[in-house]
Design a protein. Structure first.
Length: 192
């Protein structure tokens, strides 16, 4: 007997529906996210059972769980799925069953599941982008504080030519940068 699994994934809980080849709902339960709760519903199903889930926030753990226990994962494109299966009654129980029904009928609008190496690289790049944005925010805050104290940024603050040469003599024989220091001996932020 062939069975199909539809999982409506959310941040804390997931709705898991299991249907047979005739479309009869065998199980439709709301369980907390995690290995044991999900396997309590689908753990006894044979290896190779197809399982559909939407590409929603935090789907990576579910993909690893399904692949690790021998299921055949199918990630659904959320917008295309809504266009196909728009229903008047919309709740998690119905959504999970509809995913399983679309999988059974071979009408599932699938999204590409990237290999693990690509997913890891994407996560690393997303983290780098967030760190660069944070650095920009902090630099802008420092410039704003300096501007509030009457220090304007020079025109060359946008260009980073490389590290500044320490100890180079300036126009009046002083060490470069000493004449531009803030009270207390601190340099303006554009000199870092």
């Amino acid at each position: 007997m062939s069975v199909y699994v539809g999982i409506d994934v959310h941040r804390k809980r997931s709705q898991v529906a299991v249907i047979d080849q005739d479309g009869k709902v065998l199980a439709n339960r709301n369980v907390p996210n995690g290995v044991r709760p999900i396997l309590s519903v689908i753990g006894e199903l044979p290896a190779g059972t197809p399982a559909a889930f939407e590409a929603a926030f935090g789907w990576g753990w579910l993909l690893e769980l399904l692949e690790g226990y021998g299921f055949e994962p199918h990630m659904v494109h959320p917008l295309q799925c809504k266009a196909i299966a728009s229903a008047r009654l919309k709740n998690d129980k119905v959504d999970a069953a509809i995913l399983a029904q679309l999988l059974r009928a071979d009408l599932l609008p699938e999204a590409w599941i990237a290999p693990p190496a690509v997913r890891q690289l994407r996560a690393l790049l997303r983290h780098r982008v967030s760190l660069v944005r944070l650095g920009t925010q902090l630099r802008n805050r420092i410039h704003a504080v300096a501007a509030d104290h009457g220090y304007d940024r020079p025109a060359s603050y946008r260009v980073r030519a490389g590290p500044r040469l320490a100890g180079r003599a300036g126009p009046a024989g002083d060490v470069a940068g000493d004449r531009d220091r803030l009270p207390g001996g601190h340099r303006p932020p554009w000199q870092y």
